[in-house]
Design a protein around this ligand. Structure first.
Ligand code: UDP
Ligand code: GLC
Length: 384
């Protein structure tokens, strides 16, 4: 099956990293088209996945766009849709990996008469999107998609609740290669030395810097923890949220925590950095659609504490393979950090159990088989 993948982003967020794993088995007969240039293109090339950037103009639609803005961006989308229609003629299926890709892919699928798959990486609710964006996404998916792959039951339920047709949906979790999360102990010791983390209890947060990812909650929490508890923030303001970065620095100064919070920016050595932590914290203040970082922490054999909402609840069972705290509750988070600090043996057992469980449950080979079976059962008979 020849697949034309579409993704709006030039930067590698979780949906894009997931797409690399999905597109890889199809790389000899597929193409990924992006709506922006950037480091995601380079990553795809490193994985020998054919990629083309279709436009260098950024698309004006934002997560909270109004109906007027949505309509006015249609003019901008027209040349892009025309390019996708032209490309799609050489492929069997259009696979939209993001919301703007859905808009372009849906219209192109009607014109090119190619089936459309929508990989839903978002929780389509008003906490994340404007009413206009929700309506556009649901209507286009209902009318044009032959299949909606949701990254969690939480994303699937939100889609249905917003008016999406249940029979279109299947849940498939993100897949991971457990081998990539095995690290060398001496490298980790060196990394900790290099980062000045010896003797510290390190809590890592691995998300782009964005208000809904809730880095501020973790900073508030460590203000209630002993001095040796240090925070490592790994990730950048990928989508221009510089004001939030400023706010974080102000909060750190006000709480006098400058010596206990490190900003590392965007990094590509996530397994090493996670392994260098004592605990990984996920602190999103709005429901997380899936939460790759939660699974990655488990695969590194590190204890993880996650905000109890959305897909995170499907990944973590409190006290069994990690910890859950009420979203936006820094005091509760501080209690978990403090208990991990004290009960190291118990926490290590839990983290080892989480690693074993995650290695099986999210194995990329099995997840890719699920996707392949789903795609061939839906579309293959048309192309024999
Ligand atoms: N990530 C990364 N470098 C960073 C910060 C994060 O490669 O500096 C990766 C992280 O390992 C994870 C992804 O970005 O695989 C974020 O995915 P997640 O599903 O947790 O959240 P998203 O940002 O997609 O909402
Ligand atoms: C999106 C979601 C994130 C999910 C990722 C991969 O970026 O925000 O929760 O893990 O897609 O599906």
């Amino acid at each position: 099956m020849k697949i034309l993948f579409l993704d709006q982003s030039g930067k590698p967020g979780g949906a894009e990293l997931c797409l690399i794993d999905i597109a890889k088995p199809y790389r000899d007969r597929s193409l990924v088209c992006l709506f922006a240039d950037g480091s995601f293109k380079t990553l795809l090339q490193q994985h020998q996945i054919p990629v083309e950037v279709l436009t260098h103009q950024s698309i004006a639609v934002r997560k909270h766009s109004s109906l007027f803005q949505a309509f006015s961006s249609l003019g901008q989308l027209t040349p892009l849709i025309a390019k996708v229609v032209q490309k799609a003629m050489a492929y069997d299926v259009i696979y939209a990996n993001t919301q703007k890709a859905l808009v372009v892919g849906a219209i192109a699928s009607l014109i090119a008469r190619r089936p459309l798959v929508y990989h839903l990486h978002d929780i389509l609710s008003s906490e994340h999107f404007s009413q206009t964006n929700l309506r556009v996404a649901i209507n286009l998916a209902n009318r044009c998609a032959a299949l909606v792959i949701a990254n969690s039951h939480a994303s699937q339920q939100a889609f249905i609740q917003a008016g999406g047709r249940p029979e279109l949906t299947r849940v498939i979790y993100n897949g991971f290669d457990p081998k990539l999360y095995q690290t060398c102990a001496s490298d980790i010791t060196k990394l900790r030395q290099h980062l000045g983390l010896e003797g510290k209890f390190v809590v890592g947060q691995f998300s782009r810097l964005s208000p809904w990812k809730g880095q501020h909650i973790l900073i508030d929490a460590i203000a209630q923890c002993p001095e040796k508890v240090t925070v490592m923030l790994v990730g950048d303001a990928l989508f221009g949220e510089q004001d939030y970065v400023k706010q974080l620095h102000q909060q750190i100064t006000q709480l006098n925590l400058q010596h206990r919070v490190k900003f590392l920016g965007f990094r590509s050595d996530i397994p090493q950095l996670m392994t260098a932590c004592n605990l990984v914290a996920h602190t999103s203040i709005a429901p997380e659609p899936f939460g790759r970082v939660i699974v990655e922490a488990m695969l590194c054999g590190k204890p993880v504490v996650a905000a109890k909402a959305g897909g995170a609840v499907e990944l973590v069972e409190h006290g069994v393979n990690g910890f859950l705290t009420t979203p936006q509750a820094p005091q509760e988070l501080a209690q978990i950090i403090n208990s991990c600090l004290q009960e190291t043996a118990k926490t290590t057992t839990l983290a080892n159990h989480a690693r074993d469980m995650a290695s099986q449950r999210f194995d990329v080979t099995i997840i890719n088989q699920q996707i392949a079976q789903l795609l061939s059962s839906k579309f293959e008979s048309n192309y024999c």
